[in-house]
Design a protein around this ligand. Structure first.
Ligand code: ATP
Length: 259
């Protein structure tokens, strides 16, 4: 089997030296796949993604055990900015946009630091507008005045301007209407299928995520408790109700579905 693009190996992480958030998270993202990271509120999805992008120190957090390797690079020893240059680009939870900048200015910030030429940037901008035509209509509008869906598209568009190889998304569906969520996931899948963009997406909305993902990993209380083929996970009603149903996430059962 080929080496995965991203390998998260038995990672433990804590905030402020004592608040342990991750107790042993492992997952692999293969080149060219959409991988969903699932789990209830507080399961550790955001912490895992921040560990992947080496963003924990900015929140007084740190990886205390295990390791994370992106395309041969130990992410704990690579600055977040260098990780972006290497192609690991994250869209943080809450669709962070610069509210006082226009949509187009937001997109252009994604090209900073790449040292790209004007023509190249113009081409990338046109590409993002092709993916999200709504952004083209709103390009002169301040991001702060845009709808939640448009802001999420702008945040994703900005990440695309950095030319990612692995796009990491934290809860892109949060607070958005179901139709807008579908629209965003459809575009992500198209990018994945047509351009081979690898995607790691954390979601509480497991129904949508499993529908679009190739494989998935489930976290519970800071641990990987399940991983495997998304379709298999989707079809197994017992797992569905156990992990994502009203009873909430499963209670300590470890399972491995044939990947
Ligand atoms: P959510 O969907 O709510 O974002 P999550 O699965 O992403 O949930 P995390 O945000 O990673 O979960 O949180 C995991 C644990 O770490 C939680 O117990 C949370 O309270 C704790 N935590 C998260 N961020 C911090 C922080 N900056 N300082 C201290 N504890 C934190």
């Amino acid at each position: 089997m080929t080496t995965p693009l991203l390998r998260v190996e038995a990672v433990e992480a804590a905030y402020q030296g004592s608040i342990v958030a991750l107790h042993g998270v492992s997952l692999d993202v293969r080149a060219g796949e959409i991988h969903a990271l699932l789990g209830a509120n507080g399961a550790g999805k955001s912490t895992t993604l921040k560990a992947v992008s080496n963003l924990l120190p900015a929140e007084r957090g740190q990886v205390t055990a295990g390791r994370i390797v992106f395309d041969g690079h130990d992410t704990g020893r690579t600055s977040p900015a260098d990780l972006v240059r290497l192609g690991l680009v994250q869209v943080l939870e809450g669709r962070h946009c610069f509210r006082a900048l226009t949509v187009e200015e937001n997109l252009l910030t994604g090209a900073l630091g790449r040292g790209a030429r004007r023509a190249e940037i113009a081409g990338d901008l046109a590409r993002v507008y092709g993916i999200f035509p709504k952004l083209k209509d709103r390009r002169r509008t301040l991001a702060g005045l845009c709808s939640g869906g448009e802001q999420q598209m702008a945040a994703i568009g900005r990440a695309l301007m950095s030319r990612p190889r692995l796009l990491v998304l934290d809860e892109p569906s949060m607070g958005l209407a179901p139709l807008v969520v579908r629209d965003i996931f459809e575009q992500l899948r198209q990018l994945n299928r047509e351009e081979g963009l690898s995607i790691l997406v954390a979601e509480q909305n497991s129904t949508v995520a499993l529908q679009y993902a190739d494989r998935a990993t489930v976290l519970e209380a800071g641990r990987t408790v399940l991983s495997g083929d998304a379709q298999v996970l989707q079809q197994r009603a017992d797992i569905q109700s156990f992990y994502f149903g009203e009873g909430g996430i499963g209670r300590g059962v470890e399972a491995e579905i044939a990947a």
